[in-house]
Design a protein around this ligand. Structure first.
Ligand SMILES: *Cc1c(COP(=O)(O)O)cnc(C)c1O
Length: 397
């Protein structure tokens, strides 16, 4: 029997329509109504599909998750409130006191911090090794090593990990291989195809692509592991905002176009920078002079990434002059935006390291990392020329 609408705070159903919206509706509802307790039982037992409470899942998150699943070749992935939520859910949701996790030594800064500070506090041992050197990774494995966490392309020096070697090693020793695929994205590289057990993304970056949402994604090949990650994320409240998911879906509609364009411009910019006086060094994995060029080609084929790093002659003075003069490029520590962004690791992501520690990674005061966006390639190159010329002038005094 239909209730009297005047007694209802909310409409019982949306207005009927034989047609439907072409855009995914934004569904901020925290809670979902059910018909009866029996029906709710059926839902919790998985006999019928349905949402209950937004911390446990909501339609806007699932729409985004299914899109990334399709790109990565995964099933049943999960969207969480940030990339670091995804990293944390994997490490803390699957490991226990007494376990050991081995990480690449150039992981994203907060992943390194999680490994160095938070996991040890919980009794989970961690260590780091160079993922470009599979022998070093093998040597760091212990009897209690349960997981290896790596990124294919490192930040900010753009070294390319020996993922084929690490994958074989992980299989041989029965260790879970977790790949953070944020930099390369499934457009260039699909970790599951190379034997990864779990794939992580900061959706905040290239996938959503507009620097207006913070989101993460995680997908484990084994549904038992995925369920454990899901349960941990629900318990610890790593829920993404429906509006963020809605924006991310909109961003992802153009992901492939954006990635291809940014990648092509990155190739152009890397070549342009290499030809400028005042630039000491350019790092781009698809260039013949990159230390891992052969491996990059083997793993990525003809694909690359939108990240280019370079080093100016003249240290901090040159860096200041460059950032000031190249004002058309946002000096902002993120990546994957529609606009080109510039980051200076010595004053941001790598500021906690000593100058010697940075030098060991090849990060000087003149080192910049560029996340190439969608600007006109020639205009962008001109902006960098302007910045490099100003840097040279500053150093010449
Ligand atoms: C940004 C980033 C993260 C963290 O993602 P957030 O969405 O900022 O939490 C993790 N890994 C990599 C490689 C990243 O670039």
């Amino acid at each position: 029997m239909r209730k009297d609408p005047s007694t209802l705070m909310r409409p019982e159903r949306l207005p009927e329509s034989a047609s439907w919206p072409v855009v995914t509706p934004l569904m901020p509802s925290v809670v979902y109504g059910s018909d009866t307790p029996d029906r709710l039982d059926a839902q919790y037992e998985g006999r019928v599909a349905g949402y209950t409470y937004a911390r446990e899942g909501h339609p806007n998150a699932d729409v985004v998750a299914r899109r990334i699943d399709a790109l990565e070749g995964g099933v049943g992935g999960l969207v969480l409130g940030s990339g670091m939520a995804a990293v944390s859910a994997v490490l803390m949701g699957l490991l226990k006191a007494g376990d050991h996790v081995l990480g690449g030594d150039q992981l994203y800064g907060r992943s390194l911090r999680l490994m160095a500070q938070d996991l040890p506090r919980l009794g989970i041992a961690t260590s780091l090794a160079d993922p470009c050197d599979v022998g070093a990774m093998a040597a760091a494995i212990r009897p209690e090593t349960r997981m290896i966490l790596v990124e294919l392309v490192s930040n900010p020096t753009l070294r390319v990990a020996d993922l084929a070697g690490i994958s074989a090693l992980a299989k041989e020793r029965g260790i879970l291989l977790v790949v953070d695929n944020t930099f390369t994205t499934p457009r260039a590289f699909r970790p599951f195809d190379m034997g990864a057990d779990i794939v992580i993304h900061s959706v905040t970056k290239l996938l959503a692509g507009h620097s207006d949402v913070t989101l993460g994604y995680v997908c484990a090949r084994d549904p038992v592991l995925q369920k454990a990650i899901y349960d941990f994320s629900v318990t610890t409240g790593m829920t993404p905002s429906p509006f963020d998911c809605w924006l991310a879906e909109r961003g992802m509609l153009s992901f492939e176009l954006r990635f291809d364009r940014a990648e092509a411009t990155a190739v152009r910019l890397a070549d342009h920078l290499a030809g400028l006086a005042g630039v000491a060094r350019v790092l781009y994995p698809m260039r013949g002079d990159h230390p891992d060029a052969a491996r990059a080609r083997a793993v990525l084929g003809n694909r690359g990434c939108n990240m280019v790093s370079f080093e100016l002659e003249g240290g901090r003075a040159a860096a200041n002059a460059f950032a000031h003069a190249a004002s058309g490029v946002a000096f902002a520590p993120t990546l994957g935006d529609v606009g080109t962004t510039l980051s200076h690791p010595a004053s941001s992501s790598h500021r906690a390291l000593s100058p010697e520690g940075r030098a060991a990674l090849g990060i000087s005061e003149g080192f910049f990392r560029v996340s190439v966006g969608l600007e006109d390639p020639e205009a962008l190159c001109a902006e960098f020329s302007k910045g490099v010329a100003a840097a040279r002038a500053a150093v010449a005094g």
